[in-house]
Design a protein. Sequence first.
Lengths: 180, 216
Amino acid sequence: MLQYNKSTRLVVLFAIMFVIVFTACKDDADQGPDANAIYEQEDQNARPAINTVFNATDMDKNNFNTTIPSEQATFASAFETRLLALNPGYTTNALGLDATTFTGILATDVLNVSTTGTTTFFDGTNVLTGRNLMDDVIDVELLLIFGGPDGSVNPGLTSDNVSSNDVAFLNEFPYLGNPH
Amino acid sequence: MKKKQFLVLTIFASIALFGLMSADHIDAPLVAGGQTDITDLYVFQSPNNNDNMVFVGNVQGLMDPASTENAAFDPSMMLEFNIDNNGDNVEDLVIQCLYENNQLWVYGPTAPTMTGTNSRVNVAAMNMSGGITRYGDAPNIIESNGIKAFAGPRDDPFFFDFTRYTEILGGTQTGFANPGNDTFAGTNVLSTVVEVPKELLGGSGTLNVWLESKRK
């Protein structure tokens, strides 16, 4: 009887161990993302270089990354101060925007994208309808910050004279060039 | 080679030292240089299909080949493309990308279960998964429901004479060089590319899009 009980206990013990091991393996094999996990925001970006250029302090840079776009208008006045520090002679830019209007638009950091036409940051005709890999976005931003009403002011500051990427883009998905 | 590595290190050290950054590369102290540090967002019509839109989200910039070989997506990260299709700058649709078990998981485009800085994976949404491409391998393209997806190392498509720009801001130069030097030449990023039919994006001609990195 004692012997029988011992065997029974062993069988039960092995059964429990089997269930534990099997369950653990099943969890590993399952691999699906967890529906209950909460993902908390760390970084955010839309138009190129906005946080970099227009937020001056570390605190503002950190806060901007975790402020949702619909609430980013609170950064507009700080952006305007920064714009006028970068270019004290700013009047309007090639888009006809005065400092308050220009920085008001930029403070809400979203990328406007056309679903019906050309998508480009700026191609000479279309403005802010998307962002292509080959778009020279820095020259566009430099021109709008430093170039004045017709783009002719501060000629040494309106282009970095790097107009294309160092690697050719692909014609096929995933379009970005092979890594170095 | 040693000289080149030293040069690259010196450039990176200089960038770190002066707390300088570009596009969104190392833009803020809390994320700078980490696995959730976004470098750039690109959104454009597919060059091969006018009915499709391409979303590109890059993280972990300024990697030389050696660091690229050892780089990995954070398995706790969600990269989320946020899409506002009615002009209020609140996301109506999201494309959620996860990187668990060396797999890319893509959910959506789908209405988010909650908007704002916290997210849950919408596991009920249309989704797909497949292997993350390893450094040196040909791109692994995952396809389902007319959607294509890729995750893995690529050349950083961003270009800028960032070194000169910082010298101008620092007062040691008064203008850009001609020709300029691309500070990002020779560097890689970890890239996620998703191409979706435009008909899944809604709206009436214009979207507002932004990219968020989140961690559980």
